[in-house]
Design a binder for this molecule. Structure first.
Ligand code: NAP
Length: 280
C-alpha cells in the first residue's frame, strides 16, 4: 500500500508553526494585515476567499476584505491596489482570480508591489525564484515542496516529470524542483509519448486540469505521485487529475484529493504573509 501524503495534517502543522511565529513577532511589535480583494460573487471564489480569511484569523493576522462589484472598472481596481501598496499596515495584497473579462489580470498582478505580492505571481517574484534570489514563492508549488520534504521524500537527484506548464502551477513547480536538485522534465499538451515520459519519473507531478486523466499506465512502480487537480465528478464528489484507486497500488506515495495539495496552498499563502511581516 502506498504512503498517503496527508496535506491536511501537514498544512495544520505549518499553520500551528506560523501561529507561534506571529505571536513572537507581535511581542517584537511587528504585525500586519492581508488585504483580500474579490471582484464579483463567483461562488468558488467566495469559498477560497472565506478560507483565506479563516486561515488569517487562525494564525492571528488581520485580514481586510474588499468585496467589489462585478462591473468595477479596471482603473478603480488599480487605484485601490495603489492605495493598499501605500498603506503601511497592509503587508500582503491578494486579488482573487479569475477576474471579469473587462479587467486585464496581468495588469492587476503587475500593479501589486512586489514587496506585498504574497501570491508570488508578480514577474519580479517569478524572476527572483528563477535565479534563486529571495522573494515570495508561488503558493501551490511551494506547498508541494513542503509536502515532499515533510513526508521524508528525497528530491535531490530524482527524475521529476511535471505535467502542465501554467504560470501559476506547472512552470514554478518545475523551477522549484530544479532548485531542489531534481532532474526535471515539463510535459504539456503538445508533448509526444506522454506515457513513456511519465513512466521515467521518480516523482510525477500532475497539473493537467483534466479529471482522472492519469491512470496506472503512466506511473512507474514505486513512484511518488502528486495530484494538483481539483474537479467535481459527475456525482459532485471532489476528484483530481489522477485515477487514485488505480495509481495508489503502483505508487510508493500519493496525494489524495481532497486532503492533499489543496490545503497546502493556503498554508503557504499564510507563510508568505508572515514572511512579509517579518521582513518589514
Ligand atoms: P491550466 O492553466 O489549465 O494548465 C493545464 C496544463 O496542462 C497546460 O500547460 C496544458 O498544456 C497541460 N495539458 C492539458 N492537456 C494535456 C494533455 N492531454 N497532455 C499533457 N498536458 C496537457 O491549469 P492550472 O491552472 O495549471 O491547474 C491545473 C490543475 O490544478 C487544475 O485542475 C486546477 O484546478 C488545479 N489547481 C489546484 C490548486 C490547488 O491549490 N490544489 C491550485 C491551482 C490549480 P498547454 O500549455 O500546452 O495547453
Amino acid at each position: 500500500m502506498a504512503q498517503i501524503i496527508d496535506g491536511k495534517k501537514i498544512s495544520q502543522q505549518i499553520k500551528d508553526e506560523l501561529k507561534e511565529k506571529v505571536e513572537s513577532l507581535k511581542a517584537e511589535g511587528k504585525s500586519g494585515a492581508l488585504a483580500v480583494i474579490q471582484v464579483g460573487e463567483d461562488p468558488a471564489s467566495s469559498v477560497y476567499v472565506r478560507n483565506k480569511k479563516n486561515a488569517c484569523a487562525y494564525i492571528g493576522i488581520e485580514s481586510l476584505a474588499y468585496e467589489l462589484p462585478e462591473d468595477i472598472s479596471e482603473e478603480e481596481l488599480l487605484e485601490l491596489i495603489a492605495k493598499l501598496n501605500g498603506t503601511k499596515q497592509v503587508k500582503g495584497i491578494l486579488v482573487q482570480l479569475p477576474l471579469p473579462k473587462h479587467i486585464c489580470e496581468d495588469k492587476v498582478i503587475q500593479a501589486i508591489s512586489p514587496s506585498k505580492d504574497v501570491d508570488g505571481f508578480h514577474p519580479q517574484s517569478v524572476g527572483a525564484m528563477t535565479i534563486g534570489e529571495p522573494g515570495f514563492l508561488s503558493c501551490t508549488p511551494a506547498g508541494i515542496i513542503q509536502l515532499l520534504k515533510r513526508s521524508g521524500i528525497e528530491i535531490s537527484g530524482k527524475r521529476c516529470v511535471v505535467i502542465g506548464r501554467s504560470n501559476i502551477v506547472g512552470k514554478p513547480m518545475a523551477l522549484l524542483m530544479l532548485r531542489e536538485d531534481a532532474t526535471v522534465t515539463i510535459a504539456h499538451s503538445k508533448t509526444q509519448n506522454l506515457k513513456e515520459i511519465c513512466k521515467e519519473a521518480d516523482i510525477l507531478i500532475v497539473a493537467i486540469g483534466k479529471p482522472r486523466f492519469i491512470g496506472a499506465e503512466y506511473v512507474k512502480e514505486g513512484a511518488v505521485v502528486i495530484d494538483v487537480g481539483i474537479h467535481r465528478d459527475e456525482n459532485h464528489k471532489l476528484c483530481g487529475d489522477v485515477k487514485f484507486e488505480e495509481v495508489e497500488p503502483v505508487a510508493f506515495a500519493i496525494t489524495p484529493v481532497p486532503g492533499g495539495v489543496g490545503p497546502m496552498t493556503i498554508a503557504m499563502l499564510m507563510n508568505n504573509c508572515v514572511q512579509s511581516i517579518e521582513e518589514d
